[in-house]
Write a protein that binds this ligand. Sequence first.
Ligand code: HEM
Length: 445
Amino acid sequence: MDLRLVWSIMSIPSIVLYYVLGLAFCAFFLLLKWNDLRYRRKGVPPGTMGWPIFGETSGFLKQGPDFMKAKKARYGSIFKTHVLGSPTIICMDPDVNKYILLNESKGLVAGYPESMRTILGDKNIAAVHGALHKHIRGSLVSLVGPAAIRDHLLPKTDQFMRSFLHNWAGQTIDIQEKTKQMAFFVSMKQIVEDVPSSFHEEFKAIFDNIVLGTISLPIKIPGTNYYRGLQTREKVIRILKEILAKRRASSATYDDMLDKLVRHEDVKYKLNDEELIDQIITVLNSGYETVSTTTMMAIKYLHDHPKVLQQLRVIFETSRLATIVNGVLRKAITDVELNGVMIPKGWRVYVYTREINYDPFLYPEPFTFNPSRWLEKGLESHNHQMLFGAGIRMCPGKELGIIKISVFLHYFLTKFRWEEMEGNKIVKFPRVEAPNGLNIRVAEY
Ligand code: HEM
C-alpha cells in the first residue's frame, strides 16, 4: 500500500481536530473581543467591556469595591465597563460626580438598569425625567415630606414602633429580619391602614421577590430572579388594584397615603392609576432596604462600640461607614462630553460615591465608627457628602427615613440591652447584609 495514502488517511481525523480547535479558538477570541469592538467609540475613557451580554457583571457583583479599586488603579477615576446589561462609564471622581447629579438637564438623566424599570414600573420616579419627574416628585414630597411627617407620619411611626418592639425581652432574634419587617410594615401602615397585620407579612414575602429582581441581569428565563421579579410585579399590581377598588367603593375616610392619592387631596399633583400604583411601589421599595440596613448596622456598630451608645447621633455615621448606597446611576440621552471624556448616547454612568465615604481627608480615620465627627459644623452640608444623593433627585424620603430609624433606635436602645450570638457575619457588597442573619439575645434594660 502506498505509504502516502496511509499517512493521509490517518491524518484526516487530526486535520479535522486541528480545524475544529482553530475554529473554537477564533470563536473564543471573537467572543472575548466582541463587546470591545461593538462598543468602540472615539473619546470614551479606557477600560474593558467583558463578554457579550454578561459584560463584566460577575466580577462587579462578586468583587464589588475591589473590582472598582483594581480598575481605578489601572485606568484612573473614570473608566468604561459593561455591567447589568448595559455599557457603563464608572465615575469615581467626587467633583465630576457632584457635577453629574447637579446637572441632570445637560443630557445625563437617571438611568437605572432595565430590570429596575420593568419591575418597579415605567412611572416609577427613577424611570422618568423632565416635567413628569417634577410632577411625580411633587406628589411624593406631599406624601412623605416634612409637612406630612409632622401632621401624620411621626405619630403613626411612634405608635407602630412601640407596639413592634413590645415583648422582645428574653428572646433571641435575628435583628436583620426584624429591621426588614420594621421598615416594610411601617411603610405599609402609612400607605394603607385598613389591612390586617397578617396581610403585611404575606405581602412582604411577595414583595421581597421584587427587591431581588431589581438587581439582576434582565434575562427573561424561568427560574431567574428577574423572571420571578416580573411575575411578582403582576401579582403586586393585582393586589394593589383590589385595595384601590375597595377604597374607592368605601365612603369612610382614612388617615393614610392611599386616601390622599385616591381623593386627590393635593390636586396639583393628581396621578392616574398607573402612576399611583408605581408611586406606592416606589415608597415601599425606596424606604425598605435603605431603612432596614441602616438600622441593623447602627445596632451592630453600637454593640461593638458601647461608649458610643451614650451619643445617639449615629445615623449619618452608619450610612457613611456601612455605605448603604454605593452610588447612583445616570444614562446619557445624547452624546455628552464630560471632563475630557465622551459618554455616548444610551450608555450608563455609575456615579460611584462609596470611596468618598472613606476619604481620610474628609473623614480622619475613615474606618473608625465615630458619630461625634458629625457634630462638627458643616460636615452634613459638605460639598462631597452624597449619602442621600444631590440635586433634583436628592432623596425625598431623607427626613422620613431618619425619623423611622431614630424612633426605632430610641425605643430599642432605651428598653433593651442585647448581645450578639456566635457566627454572625456581615457582607458589604453589592448590598450590605448578614447572610446568616444578625442574631442577638435581647434582655430588658
Ligand atoms: C437611610 C435611608 C435612605 C437612604 C440612605 C437613601 C438614599 C437615597 C439616595 C442616595 C438617593 C438618590 C438617587 C439618585 O440620585 O438617583 C435617593 C433617592 C430617593 N429616595 Fe431615598 N434613601 C433613604 C430613605 C428613603 C425613604 C424612607 C424613602 C421613602 C419614600 C425614599 C425614597 C426615595 C426616592 C423616591 C428617591 C428618588 C428621587 C428622585 O428620583 O427624584 N428614600 N435615596
